[in-house]
Design a protein around this ligand. Structure first.
Ligand code: FAD
Length: 505
């Protein structure tokens, strides 16, 4: 279906962006692969290009269309392999990091970001220039991950507990279509208008690009809400004897919308292996008893609280404590408040907090798999997941967080594995397939899918939805030059294998 990047194409790419911003160097191409740490299946790109603006992006796409060469856009490239080519040949990798502009409009409480603006830089700029405001950056992602990459992924930002997934904060997009046209969404579509009204002059096509993993068009600018940044902050944590003990009280607290739950910007928890697997496997005790002795509860939930005054902060904590006391009484259980060392609180409040990076220490390989489930169904999901992880020989490391006042849970097992183990990737695929089949039947949805497991398993259960996506994709990208992401739309561009069906399941 696709052609290779030839010397002639490289020359034409250089004419567009300049010779300094195109490379076919093999070591450099491999270095981009290394960023996609969790991309279990990925194809080496043939050329890397670094455009400066939407016009150059458009010219590259027009050329790629003419030559029928696949293009993969990447911002920070740290979404876990989702910004790596998934089709053969690898084609052009469009590194967006030169486009790192940021404009801040405090009056309309919107910031305009380009795809290359890194979370670490956004946080630093706000801290020094706009301390009363916070950019919605992913909380735990490496500082080199971008604000826009997280919005495209509909990720988990530092205020997701209140504001919903990062994509909910979008007020307008500037998009370059695969055929080269440039357009804006929302009120931004009107020349000279500010991005103040998301729904714009007609039906809003934003949703086609958010969550599309770069398969529908390339976003060159996004207007994103920035959020107030009150500075009376702390983190409180409560333990529990089982998943219900952390999920039900958090639900009670999160239901206090327009009240205390507006202050619990981040509600997240997990189980004790989350602590253990942040160290090399050979250097730490593998038994819970050790962690119990150092005061780590088997399960716990953290509440990061932002308030406008000490009084408001204390009131929020005391209301949370009351809810826990009632819960303990009603359920005849114990959810002790966890003693947090000031250093623990400070490291949690630090942004980006880098807390998730050490999972590579356990045995080098790690994979975040993420599911959206209704909040109150998350205990069932996590119980099943942990049992399966143990059955497959993985430590049952599980993280969970609230989205939009615990309307949904983001359930994330962290699969820590030994990359040198024979057959490990097949084992992970089998584990993924088994859990996916079971979870889809329960109505739970994977996000950031694996192209060979979650995507086809999900789409084979949503055939009408899948057909509609393929239709939109073919309208926007008639030659299918943009990589299909991990969504695998259409399926046949990723593999020759027959499309799986639910028959015989
Ligand atoms: C250790 C670790 C911790 C993490 N913690 C978090 C967390 O707390 N919260 C969270 O939400 N995520 C987290 N992540 C996931 C990820 O890092 C974030 O979602 C991140 O913000 C993605 O941004 P990026 O710039 O790396 O995106 P990329 O990987 O560059 O891109 C994301 C997707 O969008 C596509 N894309 C990129 N640029 C464009 C563009 N301009 N137009 C169209 N498509 C484009 C890519 O092809 C890819 O499919 C974590 C990842 C790691 C490795």
């Amino acid at each position: 279906m696709y052609n290779h990047v030839t010397d002639d194409v490289v020359k034409k790419l250089e004419d567009i962006v300049g010779t300094d911003y195109v490379t076919t160097s093999e070591p450099l191409r491999h270095s981009y692969m290394a960023r996609g740490i969790m991309g279990l299946e990925a194809v080496l790109p043939e050329a890397i290009i670094r455009p400066l603006n939407a016009r150059e992006v458009s010219q590259i796409l027009v050329l790629a269309n003419e030559k029928r060469i696949p293009v993969t856009p990447a911002a920070g490239g740290l979404s876990g392999g989702f910004a790596l080519p998934a089709i053969e040949p690898g084609g052009i990798y469009m590194d967006m990091t030169r486009m790192d502009g940021l404009e801040v409009d405090t009056e309309n409480r919107v910031m305009v970001v380009e795809p290359g603006l890194k979370s670490g830089d956004a946080w630093r700029i706000f801290k020094t220039k706009y301390p009363e405001w916070a950019p919605p950056i992913p909380d735990g992602a490496p500082p080199a991950a971008t604000v826009l990459g997280d919005a495209i992924e509909r990720g988990f930002s530092l205020v997701t507990g209140v504001y919903g997934p990062q994509a909910d904060l979008i007020m307008g997009l500037e998009v370059v279509l695969p055929t080269g046209e440039i357009f804006r969404t929302g009120s931004w579509a009107l020349p000279g208008a500010k991005p103040y009204y998301r729904w714009g002059p007609g039906p809003n096509p934003d949703g086609l690009f958010l969550g599309s993993q770069g398969s529908m068009g390339i976003i060159t600018k996004a207007a994103i809400k920035m959020v107030p940044h009150p500075h009376h902050k702390t983190v409180v944590a409560f333990g529990g004897q089982n998943w219900e003990d952390i999920i039900i009280p958090a639900w009670e607290i999160s239901k206090h919308e327009m009240g205390i739950s507006e202050r619990t910007v981040m509600v997240q928890g997990g189980n004790w292996p989350l602590v253990m697997t942040r160290w090399p496997k050979t250097n730490v005790p593998l038994d819970y008893k050790f962690y119990e002795k150092i005061g780590i509860s088997e399960y716990w939930m953290n509440y990061e609280i932002w308030a406008w005054s000490e009084k408001e902060l204390e009131f929020t904590i005391s209301e949370i404590e009351k809810i826990y006391k009632n819960y303990e009484k009603e359920h005849n259980t114990e959810c002790p408040r966890q003693e947090l060392h000031p250093k623990q609180v400070a490291s949690r409040l630090k942004k980006p907090n880098k807390i998730a990076i050490p999972y590579s220490l356990w045995q080098a390989g790690y994979l975040f798999i993420t599911w959206y489930v209704p909040w109150m169904e998350s205990p069932a999901c996590m119980t099943e997941y942990c049992a399966k992880m143990e059955e497959y020989g993985f430590p049952p490391t599980m993280w969970v967080a609230s989205i939009d006042h615990a309307r949904q849970a983001i359930v994330m097992p962290i699969v820590c594995f030994d990359i040198t183990e024979e057959g490990i990737f097949e084992k992970i695929e089998k584990f993924n397939r088994e859990t996916t089949r079971s979870f889809l039947k329960k109505g739970w949805l994977n996000y950031r899918p694996d192209p060979f497991v979650h995507a086809p398993e999900t789409f084979s259960r949503t055939p009408e939805y899948y057909k509609m996506l393929v239709k939109f994709r073919k309208v926007l990208d008639p030659n299918l030059i943009l990589h299909p992401g991990r969504l695998a739309i259409p399926w046949e561009s990723v593999t020759d294998l027959p499309y799986p069906s639910t028959e015989g399941d």
